[in-house]
Design a protein around this ligand. Structure first.
Ligand SMILES: Cc1ncc(COP(=O)(O)O)c(C=O)c1O
Length: 437
């Protein structure tokens, strides 16, 4: 048997930082990353044979729990028929129809056509190309602290790993490309109006996380998405709603379906849950826009593995099992864990707020609820690493960054939830004793 530390040493000799995605290196929580060998339901097991209750959920896809038998069987069955054909399959159409049918509200069907891709990064990248192709304009507006994947134009002041590493953006992005992205503060309609007043006729699209979850959870202000859509549309631009993280997670129709104020996005991007744990993501929108994509239109996009039959099978099986009962279980477990976290931190005298967007939540070590990236960054983030390490030591795997959401699954039953709840008081005390770096 090897240890996690031995695995990490070996990995660092083979891969930059020992990882294939930066946050996995556990740098911001000063801990040895765990190397997992198996997972089932709400549990993951590392190379040392230790089992943890998991609140990362593969960063979202494992919404039914790990290795859900129906999803595994669907993938096995698909694999037995061939790993991929580089050609069309009936399953792709069925998944596209399923996505279109689920994303509806008050009779509106914003998704008439779907293009399947392999990652959320591809989905947002394609949505932006499509918006530029449709409008003939170049500029894109994004919000500070929002993460839309790692394409060149979207890394400025990005959340998730870029925030965790406290990077302003990324080296290697040409200045000419960075200049095509305008970054403004979130939840600030004044800033939206200003940027449109200044450059409205050059702006192709605003891209927004439907309910931001990559700087911790920062819910949209009441009516923000609707007001944003109005401003964007008044200037002939498009609203790209990024539901890669929230889509099919916070409800059957994603955040689009539960925002307190209905609104009309133009393009919607999906990922994570829609692939059921395998590499699959999607862009959806009205036929008139989506059919600007090749082969019908002039906007080119393609992919060797797009619509891969195993990924399609995993996505379909996952969506099929995400019924009202599954969402009710996720919501109930999320409420219990969130309330227990808040009371443990209160008990330990730790100043904090717990922000929620549906069943997604995270803790922020601040007195007032952060509303944008600046207020998120102003929190006492130094309290998170000891909190995280204390949870891990007690067998609970939290996201290794204060800037990430906690992902609850439908498999988090009473036993799993109790293990989390029991671990929280010691972690809260560790947070209380934390000192600034
Ligand atoms: C809102 C959002 N958009 C896009 C992405 C990028 O997805 P992927 O990591 O599959 O490229 C993410 C990933 O975390 C995300 O949360």
């Amino acid at each position: 048997m090897t240890t996690n530390a031995q695995e990490f040493d070996r990995a660092r000799g083979a891969m930059p930082g020992g990882v294939n995605s930066p946050v996995r290196a556990f740098g911001s929580v000063a801990e040895t990353p765990r190397f997992f060998v198996s997972a089932s339901g709400p549990y993951v097991t590392d190379v040392e044979g230790r089992e943890y209750v998991d609140l990362v959920g593969s960063w979202g896809p494992a919404i039914l729990g790990h290795a859900h038998p129906a999803v595994v069987k669907a993938v096995q069955d698909a694999a037995a028929h061939g790993l991929g054909f580089g050609a069309s399959t009936p399953g792709e159409t069925e998944l596209a129809e399923l996505i279109a049918a689920r994303v509806t509200r008050d009779g509106a069907h914003p998704v008439e056509r779907v293009r399947l891709v392999s990652t959320g990064t591809e989905a947002t990248m394609t949505a932006i190309r499509l918006a530029r192709g449709a409008t003939g304009r170049d500029l894109v507006v994004k919000f500070a602290g929002h993460y839309h994947g790692h394409s060149d134009g979207l890394l400025a002041e990005a959340g998730s790993g870029v925030a965790t590493l406290a990077m302003p953006g990324s080296a290697g992005v040409p200045a000419a490309i960075a200049a095509q992205t305008l970054v403004i503060p979130y939840n600030d309609l004044g800033a939206v109006r200003e940027v449109f007043a200044a450059r409205g006729d050059e702006i192709a699209a605003v891209i927004v996380e439907a309910a931001p979850a990559n700087m911790g959870i920062v819910p949209p202000a009441h009516g923000f998405n609707a007001a944003l859509a109005d401003i964007v549309h008044a200037h002939g631009a498009l609203l790209i709603l990024d539901e890669v993280l929230t889509g099919f997670r916070v409800g059957p129709a994603g955040w689009y379906g539960i925002d307190p104020v209905p609104f009309a996005p133009d393009l919607i991007t999906f990922g994570k849950v829609v692939g059921g744990g395998l590499p699959l993501a999607a862009i959806g929108g009205p036929a008139a826009l989506m059919e600007l994509l090749a082969p019908l239109g002039p906007v080119y996009q393609a992919g060797t593995l797009s619509g891969n039959p195993l990924a399609v099978a995993a996505g379909r099986a996952t969506l099929d099992h995400l019924d009202a009962d599954a969402y009710a279980r996720i919501d109930a477990a999320a409420t219990t864990i969130a309330e227990a976290a808040t009371s443990a931190l209160d008990e330990a005298g730790v100043t904090h707020v717990l922000q929620r967007s549906g069943n997604l939540f995270s803790i922020q070590f601040a007195a007032e609820a952060p509303t944008d990236y600046d207020t998120v960054k102003a929190q006492e983030a130094f309290r998170y690493p000891p909190f995280f390490r204390a949870m891990l030591a007690q067998g609970v795997s939290l996201p290794p960054s204060v800037f990430e959401a906690w992902f609850v699954s439908a498999s988090h039953d009473d036993a799993a939830v109790s293990r989390i709840v029991d671990a929280l008081p010691a972690a809260a005390r560790a947070a209380a004793e934390a000192m600034p770096d």
